[in-house]
Design a protein around this ligand. Structure first.
Ligand SMILES: [Ca+2]
Ligand SMILES: [Ca+2]
Ligand SMILES: [Ca+2]
Ligand SMILES: [Ca+2]
Length: 363
């Protein structure tokens, strides 16, 4: 069944009004255009983009765990449906050679229904299942070495009140467990939101859901030999970590004054921008993030060389959760809340055709 038949309203359109806003800022080199990859009544969120400008995204007609939830690939102007089954397929990632990972509710039936397994689809179409057990394996991210990291919901803690997750890493041959917090008595430590760079470094948020009152968190870094916290201990609760191939890690911290974008760079932590939710960082050190306007109609911003510029000006839409490639192309969740769509800021002057996209020089 084609994507068009499946959801009926898939289309690609250019948002001329937003282009004006971008040009008016005068901050971004090259020729960008805004595309809406998906415009429909299904729910899409947490898409990812690779260096070729290919975007993967989930689409669900109802709840995120709806059996009709499928994975899609946008490539060179075309939307291709990747999964065709009667189980929920959720939150994909893609690397530069086109290998796609996601999680799928094809596992053994657990306490709350079918459990999730980690799936990997190679560019030739071969699909490999990386896990096979009755715990929920979720949130896979893949790098250009083919390494995949994810978290598994292993058990409840704090007398059954909170979820406890640990990280697992597939190195291309074998899978091993990276964290062991769920083995710690009735504790409430949960490792989530892991991202991996091409050096095999991994950044994620380690939550403690058992602290008195509210939860706390630290951003952690795994560098192949050891893992350690990189966010300062204190009153801010960081989450949504992302990292690049320079080893820079960004995240969004929450305190009594809202969300802030912070960066860890070679041992130093600083506030990158005073506002901002879950960020993305590319290998040039550019950071994309969303700022809420208090009306659940966030807009996208791009930080570059010490300055941040607003990219979207859509007052009736929520723009959030960006991913960005080396060329500065950004995909994000846009559209009306609850029926989110997929948008793309695309370089018009790059030619893909399967080859790596050109990288424009620094201004
Ligand atoms: Ca499905
Ligand atoms: Ca599983
Ligand atoms: Ca907006
Ligand atoms: Ca939609």
């Amino acid at each position: 069944m084609s994507a068009t038949m499946r959801h009926g309203l898939f289309c690609v359109s250019v948002f001329a009004g937003w282009i004006f806003g971008l040009r008016a800022s005068g901050q971004i080199p090259g020729k960008f255009e805004f595309l809406r990859i998906v415009d429909d009544d299904a729910y899409s969120s947490r898409q990812a983009i690779n260096r070729k400008g290919h975007v993967v995204f989930p689409s669900s007609p109802g709840r995120v765990d709806d059996p009709g939830a499928e994975i899609f690939l946008y490539r060179d102007g075309e939307v291709i449906q990747i999964t065709h089954d009667n189980v929920a397929d959720r939150i994909p990632d893609i690397n530069d050679d086109g290998t796609i990972v996601w999680f799928s509710a094809i596992g053994p039936v657990g306490d709350y229904g079918p459990t999730y397994e980690i799936m990997m689809r190679r560019p030739d179409g071969e699909v490999i299942q990386l896990t096979d057990n009755d715990v929920d394996d979720e949130g896979p991210k893949i790098n250009n070495r083919g390494e995949v990291v994810w978290n598994a919901f292993l058990r409840f803690g704090c007398n059954g009140g909170v979820t406890r997750r640990d990280l697992f890493l597939f190195d291309g041959v074998e899978t091993r467990r990276l964290t062991f917090d769920a083995d710690d008595g009735d504790g409430g430590i949960s490792n989530q939101g892991a991202q991996i760079n091409d050096l095999g470094q991994i950044a994620w948020a380690r939550y403690d859901f058992c602290t008195d009152g509210e939860w706390t968190s630290r951003i952690m870094l795994y560098d192949g030999n050891t893992l350690f916290p990189i966010s300062p201990e204190g009153t801010r609760t960081p989450q949504g970590a992302a990292l690049n191939n320079r080893g820079q890690v960004v995240w969004s911290s929450v305190d009594g004054h809202g969300h802030h974008v912070e960066i860890w760079d070679n041992g130093d932590v600083r506030e990158l921008w005073r506002d901002g939710g879950i960020p993305a960082i590319n290998d040039r050190g550019w950071v994309a993030f969303a700022i809420d306007d208090d009306h659940q109609r966030s807009d996208l911003w791009l930080w570059r060389n010490g300055r941040a510029v607003q990219l979207t000006f859509s007052n009736d839409e929520d723009d959030q959760i960006p991913d960005m490639n080396r060329s500065g192309e950004i995909t994000w969740t846009c559209g009306r809340p609850f029926w989110s769509d997929v948008c793309l800021l695309r370089r018009r002057d790059l030619i893909s055709n399967g080859a790596f996209r050109a990288i424009f020089p620094d201004p």
